[in-house]
Design a binder for this molecule. Structure first.
Ligand code: ADP
Ligand code: AMP
Length: 216
């Protein structure tokens, strides 16, 4: 049972590493941000509510997030483990997640905390591009696609997330410091956390993560 959490500020490389980790351990990659963006695209009520907060770089209220995360974790593909990316983001969410998993006897195995300095986070977020069709992530300088504006994997159109603008990014980083960073201490207390230097090349970051988790 491999229940993992990816923790770290926006732009730390959680989504990038999640793709590799989920392949390596054959566990689903669950991003609450992706779930919200899908709902926005489909015009659902949940999407409309979430968008108000996401546009401003604020967190979506805990009750909404916890509800969608719990629903996703009850799906069949999560019964042998999962990788959470961008959830939990508040102590309240972490407590609710622990309660939910304790009831099922499937506690979190490790929390991977990826750290990157602030200047680099700004550069990464502002230069991020995402495929509209398959969701693959690129960076205009660090990880450019072979053909400008097009996804290497599926040929889809690359776009810039509306919350990756300079002004929203600054707020998201502040929100991280205030609301999410305390989770490092929360998980430190139960000895489940692994600290990873996310400033390295993405290959090296992945190697460090795998070595720290162990070859289960
Ligand atoms: P997060 O999911 O934590 O917000 P992403 O995985 O989307 O972060 O990465 C943010 C941006 O930084 C993307 O454009 C990605 O291509 C780029 N990136 C990710 N990992 C690295 C790395 N190790 N070095 C340089 N750029 C990276
Ligand atoms: P992400 O894709 O992880 O960068 O998330 C994008 C945005 O979705 C965040 O800035 C929040 O507005 C919202 N969001 C995603 N996950 C959560 C969460 N666990 N709690 C609150 N808001 C979230």
């Amino acid at each position: 049972m491999m229940n993992l959490i990816l923790l770290g500020p926006p732009g730390a490389g959680k989504g990038t590493q999640a793709v590799r980790i989920s392949q390596k351990y054959s566990i689903p990659h669950i991003s609450t941000g992706d779930i919200f963006r899908k709902n926005i695209k489909e015009g659902t009520e949940l999407g409309k509510k979430a968008q108000e907060y996401m546009n401003k770089g604020e967190l979506v209220p805990d009750n909404l997030v916890i509800e969608i995360a719990a629903a996703r974790l009850m799906e069949d593909d999560c019964q042998q483990g999962f990788l959470l990316d961008g959830f939990p983001r508040t102590v309240m969410q972490a407590e609710e997640l622990d309660k939910f998993l304790d009831q099922r006897n499937h506690p979190i195995y490790k929390v991977i905390d990826i750290d990157v300095d602030k200047e680099e986070l700004m550069t990464r977020l502002i230069g991020r591009r995402v495929c509209r069709s398959c969701g693959a992530t690129y960076h205009v300088i660090n990880m450019p696609p072979e053909k400008e504006g097009l996804c290497d994997i599926c040929g889809g159109e690359l776009y810039q997330r509306s919350d990756d603008s300079a002004s929203t990014v600054a707020n998201r980083l502040e929100v991280y410091n205030t609301s999410t960073k305390p989770l490092i201490e929360y998980y430190e207390r139960s000895g489940r956390i692994i600290h990873i230097d996310g400033g390295k090349d993405q290959e090296d970051v992945f190697t460090d993560i795998i070595n720290a988790i162990g070859d289960n």
